[in-house]
Design a protein around this ligand. Structure first.
Ligand SMILES: Cc1cc2nc3c(=O)[nH]c(=O)nc-3n(C[C@H](O)[C@H](O)[C@H](O)COP(=O)(O)OP(=O)(O)OC[C@H]3O[C@@H](n4cnc5c(N)ncnc54)[C@H](O)[C@@H]3O)c2cc1C
Length: 393
């Protein structure tokens, strides 16, 4: 009999998992809280070599890449245009498979949704809880209805109801970074194939990268006085962000200036320390398992890796317990290693004091290119392997 899997959440991780699990021979259903699958208009992503390698195993890498822009360089700069560091992400990506891309979230989701065609997807079905008994898992919905499964995959994001029901280990931790983002409709002379990170004195930073069709995605964040988080007038927010970026080069200024103020999104950032991902017949993936800050653009990439490794584990395992155990064993060391680097970079990027920023800039300048390249090689290489499943109930 085919393994019956319920995937909770039709985001990047959930849709990829559903497709991969179907390929692995499972009988898959998806339940999504929202009334549709959609990426907000101001939301863009970097989907790096490792995630494209995972998607290639599902035959989806070309379709995803066709909506984005390959990225050749990442530069870290400070105002006045001094370059603190350059990483040739395109070359590294090419050596490991193919260069990573910038892409709009809505384009990635639409591609995954098309790939999931034929998999039953029920919208407006918020999951409240999951119960487990000897032979089955029971998913409970907000309207009181239930459904049974051999395996439940919690791909329901940062405030995961599945995590709450099964692990009950508290909410994700706020980073205290204020974060705004948007996408311009034209590039205004923005440098081709380049991801730019600008660090400025008041603790503000700006990251920007092309996301296909001449558009440029940007984000501005800072660990600032709480008052700025209460600004809710769109035009005032935009003026405030442009104020943070004085001294930044014109193309970056211009892509923010040209983004309609009402399309600028405000987001709070969270992360989870190391914790559980799997209990009995329930496994978590993506942000539900290991939300992390965005500094290396790896959150969605890790959700995609999770999905593919989970399906490979299920395909080869004698029973659900062994499959989910193998998945967690295979994934946790890699996610831990990436999260360690992400948290390190995230921490010192948010420094507000000029003296600390001076130290930070000196450290970044002195960092040997080989060390930075080694970090990127580690992140961009998708191991894609699954250990032999072991029986852990
Ligand atoms: C500003 C910002 C920039 C980022 N940039 C990048 C980047 O460049 N590259 C990158 O790789 N990552 C990036 N990330 C991280 C990335 O967005 C996340 O890691 C990724 O979206 C996680 O995918 P997911 O499928 O786990 O969760 P989500 O995308 O959050 O999807 C969860 C889904 O579950 C649904 N859901 C929630 N609760 C329920 C419920 N109770 N019942 C049913 N359905 C439910 C939701 O509606 C949603 O559809 C960024 C994040 C932010 C905030």
């Amino acid at each position: 009999m085919r393994t019956r899997v319920v995937v909770v959440g039709a985001g990047i991780g959930g849709l990829t998992a559903a497709v991969a699990l179907r390929e692995a021979g499972c009988d898959v259903r998806i339940f999504e809280r929202g009334s549709e699958v959609r990426g907000l208009a101001g939301s863009g992503l970097t989907i790096w070599t490792n995630a494209l390698a995972a998607l290639a195993g599902l035959g989806l890498a070309d379709a995803v890449a066709s909506h984005g822009t390959p990225l050749a360089r990442q530069e870290i700069r400070v105002p006045g245009s001094a370059v603190l560091g350059v990483v040739e992400v395109g070359r590294i990506g090419g050596e490991l498979g193919r260069p990573g891309i910038g892409i709009r979230r809505q384009d990635l989701l639409a591609t995954l949704l098309a790939a999931a065609e034929g998999i039953p997807l029920t919208y407006a079905s918020p999951v409240l809880s999951v119960r487990q008994s000897a032979g089955t898992a029971t998913v409970e919905f907000a309207d009181g209805s239930t459904t049974g499964a051999d395996i439940v995959v919690g791909a329901d994001g940062i405030s995961s109801a599945v995590r709450r029901a099964v692990f009950d280990d508290g909410p994700a931790v706020g980073l205290g970074h204020m974060f705004w983002r948007g996408i311009s409709d034209s590039d205004h002379g923005y440098p081709a194939a380049t991801s730019l990170m600008f660090l400025s004195l008041p603790g503000a930073r700006c990251v920007s990268w092309p996301v296909g069709a001449g558009r440029v995605c940007w984000s501005v964040s800072r660990c600032g006085p709480a008052v700025t988080s209460t600004v809710d007038d769109h035009d005032k927010v935009k003026a405030m962000l442009l104020g943070y970026l004085r001294g930044f080069p014109e193309p970056v200024h211009n892509v923010i200036e040209s983004t309609p103020a009402e399309r600028i999104l405000r987001t709070d950032l969270f992360w989870r320390p190391d914790d559980e991902w799997r209990r009995g017949r329930v496994a978590l993936l993506g942000d539900a398992a290991h939300a992390m800050p965005t500094v290396y653009g790896q959150g969605a990439c890790q959700a995609i890796e999770d999905a593919v490794v989970l399906a490979a584990s299920v395909a080869g395992a004698p029973d659900p317990f062994a499959a989910l155990s193998a998945y967690a064993e295979a994934r946790r060391p890699r996610v831990r290693a990436i999260r360690r680097r992400v948290m390190g970079l995230s921490h010192y990027q948010g420094w507000e004091l000029p003296v600390l920023n001076g130290v930070r800039d000196q450290v970044l300048r002195a960092l040997p290119a080989a060390a930075s390249e080694a970090t990127w090689r580690m992140m961009l290489g998708f191991p894609g392997t699954v250990k032999e499943p072991s029986r852990v109930a």
